[in-house]
Design a protein around this ligand. Sequence first.
Ligand code: PEP
Ligand code: MG
Length: 755
Amino acid sequence: MATTISGPRVLLKQLRETMAEPLASQDRLDKIVGLIAGNMHADVCSFYVLRDDNALELFANRGFKPEAVHSTTLRLGEGLVGLIAKQAEPLSLDNAPAHPAFAYRPETGEEAFQAFLGVPVLRAGQTLGVLVVQNRDAHVYGEDEIEAMLTTATLLAEMMSTADFDALIKPGQDIDLRRPRQFIGNGFSDGVALGQVVLHDPRVVVTNFVAEDTEVELERLSEALDRMRLSIDQMLSHGDMQSFSDHREILESYRMFANDRGWVDRLREAIDNGLTAEAAVERVQNDTRARMMRSTDPYIKDRLHDLDDLANRLLRVLTGDGSGVGKKDLPDNAILVARNMGPADLLEYDRTRLRAVVLEEGAAISHVAIVAKSLGLVAVGQAENIVSLSENGDDIIVDGQAGTVYLRPTPDMIQVYVDKVRLGAKRRAHYLELKDKPAITRDGVEVTLLHNSGIVADLPMLQDTGAAGVGLFRTELQFMIASRLPRLREQVELYSEAIRLTEGKPIVFRLLDIGGDKVIPYLRYEAEENPAMGFRSLRLALDRQGLLRIQIRALLQAANGGPMKILVPMVTDAWEFRQTRLVVNRELERMKNAGQPVPSKLELGAMIEVPSLLWELDQVLPEADFVSIGSNDLVMFLTAADRGNKRVAKAYDPIALPRLRALKHIVDMARRYNVPLTMCGELAGKTVEALALLAIGMTKLSMSPPSIGPIKEMILGLELQPIRNSVSSALLEGASGPGIRELLLDWAERQGLVI
Ligand code: PEP
Ligand code: MG
């Protein structure tokens, strides 16, 4: 016999009335399952709740023996109910006891029922419970009934988050939807931060679920969709994608989804079943999130992520939600949580209150990670699903060193980290005391420590670290932050400001290193299969010399008659360096002819970060005023391991023999030609790696400002000569001795170095 349901709309209305009635919690739940059973013509209706211990407890029932309520439990994955909870998908069967997963519970008397329909109760993609109806006779519940049950489940999920519901939970079996969670991600920037979640793109909380008038809701949906489509089209046509924090491709896929009939039909169907437009979006989004969490295919995951974002935008249009916490109006100790964001998004927040950034995506050397690091913020990436599981104001701990995030941490965990933070503060105070001490080893080798920087705002940190200057100023970050190409005058102002803030200490400006993963939103790029090895950086600059000329002109003018150091990125062969020198010389001539003051001393340096240049050092070194090793790219290209790809980025130790030999070759050659050499890749800022660099004879290290203290401390306690001897023999001996890292760690222990 096929059931005919009197319609989910009627049911939803009845459920809403029941919610408003002054009933005890269990009575209310009992009435609800009764209403569902009646409406669906079911012999049984059960509501299971997933507890903290991963057991599904029968919370309310119509049709079983009464003693089963609160005593029947199933494990996650056990029985049909466990299966639904685990897979977060509906299950409809005409003969449930015949299903291999069927788990018999004698206290229920369940064997008598054949037809079975169960749906997950989801919130933000998490399974909270399972709602089931059963019938004695064998028949298949149809699509309409599944849809009606899913709609009802949306309402139950909402009910579960009310205080009223808590009264049903037995002591010791907390069903804390907002339980503590741990995320194991990747540390992007060291340090520890405790604070409160600020969602970069907050979820909209739907409160009004049951529609008064379906026609009105359909109309609201249609208007909201139109408005959202229009705004996506406008963003695409203006090319202003900064606020989206991602690039064009994402907008294109948003546009595709916004016009996707399947998605729109599912939204309309949910409204037809009695939900408001916003509740319909939430209901469809719940399915999406559940699927997203299960998928292992990164492409599907990405597309579903986009759809999830789009649903949030639609909710915002529907509810007129202006998006939570203001960017300048942050709580103290704000910790920003986002799926992903660009450096511009990050800089819009009030930095004095920001402690850390947590992303679901990103890579350690992505722009936002570099900016976070240079601002001294703790940062962790690849914290999967953290956006949907957190809410504004939640307590959160971010451990940048371990790459771990604790959401809603337990008091014990908070205590552990409060102690760590105290220790960190002590350490910082200690580093501050070291700031005026020169970095000299115990056996008298002086090391120059410099900052890597990219935005003017982080230059005043020079005063706290006592660094000797800026070894690398990545000019492209300013271009990435801007919404259009900075004009000559704007660039002059910016570089002048940077010079002013370094207060007479040297600063090395690196020419635009764009392309690859450093996307400038307002410049057009052709899609490339291998952008890191594509039309980028100096290749692009020499091809489109307009951009290069203006930047060089701006730098020469900013020097204002004083000294100027310019570094050329991604030099692949000597010819390219020569070409750049020609452009510089032409600009110098131009200045002289115009009677403008030329720099008192102009130095042009080459970055060594493309392996090919290692075999042309005899040509480049005599022409370069200085050189700087970019180990991030150099090691990537030497090992053919993408620096931004977490699977391979750490696969090869950058200071293992083959890489260290390459670095030693550069050191020897620079010495032969008497050309000053700096290391400005990430290696310089890590203690063991920096020790390796000192051991092969490097004495100028440029790093992110927070690394200066630890590296200086290591240098002050170091007796370098014996380590140099050991490393030299290891380089000659080949692979028979211990690995370089082990060797250095052994030395560090013997010398009592903090490493
Ligand atoms: C490098 O490649 O090591 C480097 C310093 O430059 P960037 O990280 O900006 O590519
Ligand atoms: Mg580089």
